[in-house]
Design a protein around this ligand. Structure first.
Ligand SMILES: Cc1ncc(COP(=O)(O)O)c(C=O)c1O
Length: 464
């Protein structure tokens, strides 16, 4: 309890009932606040002098209201401990509302569910020092209402990083910060609807939540089947779609890299029809064996919206993402974002800017890349002949193809091992007509480092 709290009591929000006279109005407002539990039992109220000054009324009026409520048992008054809300007020509080039920994944001891980095690898110390520097150097205006594109410091840092590390044609003026990929996709879905687009092509395997964001905005999705060369973008011409959502660097979840021919086919389609390519570059930083696969956006920055996120490279809880938007679309993106959607705190944005500028982001990505690469190699060695492992040149997950009937058997065995596993079929678009694959999507990035060996052993046991 701070000194000022003890001296003056709690700050109260009281709305005096109108037309009842000051004393009756104040008494009723306090009684109601104690009855509803808004003022917690035991809470020390301000002194009559202090509350009278706050409300601009006579001290006597407050003292009389307090005395009446003490007499009714709502308040207690003791020498030395001031006036407090009585403990018995607790009994009259309404019963707590029933907890809101949300679908949750059953909790397992081990998890290889894809979609998460190793949260234990979050660079706490580096983030803290970046936050300290960012806070001490932030201009006063950083604490005010923000540019809807986000802080210029982060847009500049990202422009340099994305050009250098991902081959993105990035200009800070065309970067819009958002609360992760999902937020960016939601904004683009609204934009497409505003342009009267009806249908968007999506990959035959992908995240249902992303498809749901599109359909939730009133768009239909049309399947582009996926094979070892990525999404079949040659099917785009004549499809009538107004946009296509792709994961070119590392197809999610199959892991294929979109081949140069298919990249060119997507760009040719976009140029000839005025269509838009939405590029989801969710884990482009984590490449292992092959030459870096640059962003598709570099091929045509006027037809591709590039979307990146800190969810894999740092942590999904940060809710930080970015879009590099074609110049001709900037006004429309800002119009759907609106004047009140600032999406992430300026302090977090300045911290990430400082984290990138100081070289800490590159160091962190390099360190995590080594960690994930080691895990991937151990996974391949441990699985051996039990499954065909693919999609492992990059990213934080691998696909394990199994013999017929293997998917169900592995999931049943994983349940016995208390291991969370996701089948590839979970990601399949309901309209896909490609022959289904019996496979698992193994998120080797997910376990904390301390649990990695035990988790891998549980997987191997589930594949026996
Ligand atoms: C394919 C794909 N795209 C994007 C993301 C990142 O989403 P967000 O930035 O909304 O956390 C993920 C995270 O799991 C993903 O799997």
């Amino acid at each position: 309890m701070t000194e000022s709290w003890a001296t003056f009591g709690a700050d109260l929000h009281l709305e005096l009932a109108a037309g009842r006279g000051l004393r009756a109005g104040l008494t009723e407002a306090l009684r109601e606040a104690a009855r509803s539990g808004r003022l917690a039992p035991g809470l020390r109220l301000p002194s009559s002098r202090s509350l009278a000054a706050d409300l601009g009324i006579a001290r006597n009026t407050v003292a009389e209201a307090y005395a009446e409520l003490v007499a009714e048992g709502w308040l207690t008054a003791r020498q030395g401990s001031g006036t407090r809300v009585a403990e018995r007020a607790r009994a009259r509080r309404p019963a707590p509302a029933a907890p809101v039920r949300r679908p949750v994944r059953p909790k397992t001891s081990y998890s290889l569910m894809p979609g998460s980095p190793d949260l234990g690898g979050f660079p706490r110390a580096g983030w803290l020092s970046a936050a300290r520097r960012a806070l001490s150097e932030a201009p006063n205006e950083a604490f005010g209402y923000a540019d809807p594109r986000g802080r210029v410091e982060l847009r500049e840092a990202l422009a340099g990083y994305l050009a250098r590390a991902r081959g993105v044609y990035a200009d800070p003026e065309r970067i819009v910060l958002c609360a992760g990929f999902a937020h960016g996709l939601m904004l683009l879905a609204k934009l497409l609807r505003a342009r009267r687009v009806r249908e968007v092509a999506v990959e035959g395997y992908g995240l249902d939540v992303h498809r749901d964001l599109l359909t939730g905005a009133g768009l239909r999705t049309r399947v582009l089947e996926v094979d070892a060369a990525g999404a079949c973008t040659r099917a785009l011409p004549g499809s009538g779609v107004g946009a296509v959502l792709l994961t070119p660097a590392h197809q999610f979840p199959t892991g294929a890299a979109l081949t140069p021919e298919r990249r060119a086919a997507a760009v040719d389609w976009a140029r000839s029809t005025g269509g838009l390519i939405l590029e989801d570059d969710y884990d482009g930083e984590f490449r292992y064996d092959r030459q870096p696969v640059g962003a598709l956006q570099g091929l045509d920055p006027d037809r591709v919206v590039y979307l990146g996120t800190a969810s894999k490279s740092l942590a999904p809880g940060l809710r930080m993402g970015w879009m590099v938007v074609p110049r001709s679309l900037m006004d429309e993106v800002l119009a759907v974002k609106g004047p009140t959607d600032w999406s992430s705190s300026a302090i977090e944005q300045l911290t990430l800017a400082e984290f990138i500028r100081s070289g800490a982001y590159d160091r962190h990505v390099r360190e995590m890349r080594l960690r994930y690469r080691r895990r991937r190699d151990e996974l391949v060695a441990a699985v051996g002949e039990r499954a065909a492992v693919s999609g492992i040149a990059a990213g934080l997950h691998a696909v394990l193809d199994l013999a017929a009937g293997g998917e169900r058997a592995a999931l049943r065995a994983a349940a016995w091992q208390d291991l969370g596993l996701q089948p590839l079929s979970f990601f399949r678009h309901p309209d896909s007509v490609a022959p289904p694959r019996e496979a698992l999507v193994v998120g080797f990035g997910t376990p904390p480092q301390s649990a990695w060996s035990a988790t891998l052993a549980a997987l191997v046991a589930a594949l026996l």
